[in-house]
Unconditional design. Structure first.
Length: 199
């Protein structure tokens, strides 16, 4: 973020979080006003940068949209990196952003990431990364079906003592099941995403 940018310019860029995420989800201003218990005028003011929602309202905004807020906030904080052309950033900047994002993860998420990259699970990190990337390009219905299958398989193999690395870091199964359910509901409602956070 440019230090020379005025408060008004920052407020205008901040307002993009609200109108862009709402547009991405296909929800109307009326829908958001009703869901948040505010007037349509309030929603319009947020989207114009005249006023801003508080922290709770912001959280509820993304819950109603069924979207992960991280990308929208990162685009506000780092507009040159997380714009629509973010895949074109130079390698040095990409590494800096990636390290910054990893630092913001919880200790458990860092352990899980380390396990995926270097655990004794028998799959190469490169292959896992390709699978995750392809998975994120499939429909919400496909992703939620795969998540339910993975959760069920994990639970059965855990209960039958057949896990590959039983002493290593494990998934947050309630979070995985919640994400699968929210993904299924999003697919049913033709939503473009869902938001799921650690319990």
């Amino acid at each position: 973020m440019d230090d020379m940018e005025t408060r008004i310019e920052r407020a205008k860029r901040f307002s993009k979080i609200w109108w862009q995420s709402r547009a991405d989800s296909g929800k109307s201003q009326e829908y958001m006003a009703l869901g948040l218990g505010v007037s349509k005028k309030t929603i319009q003011n947020w989207e114009k940068g005249i006023t801003s929602p508080d922290l709770f309202q912001s959280s509820e905004w993304f819950r109603l949209l069924g979207l992960n807020p991280l990308h929208y906030y990162l685009e506000f904080l780092y507009p040159d990196t997380f714009s629509s052309d973010s895949c074109k950033i130079d390698e040095e900047r990409m590494e800096e952003v990636l390290i910054s994002l990893i630092k913001q993860n919880t200790p458990m998420e860092k352990r899980q990431l380390l396990y995926l990259m270097s655990g004794k699970h028998g799959s190469s990190w490169c292959a896992l990364l390709q699978m995750f990337t392809a998975h994120c390009h499939t429909s919400m219905q496909s992703r939620s079906a795969a998540a339910r299958l993975i959760a069920d398989n994990y639970e059965v193999e855990r209960d039958n003592d057949k896990l590959i690395c039983p002493d290593d870091v494990q998934p947050d199964l309630p979070l995985l099941k919640e994400a699968a359910l929210k993904g299924k509901n999003a697919a049913k409602n033709n939503d473009k995403g869902y938001n799921s956070q650690p319990l």
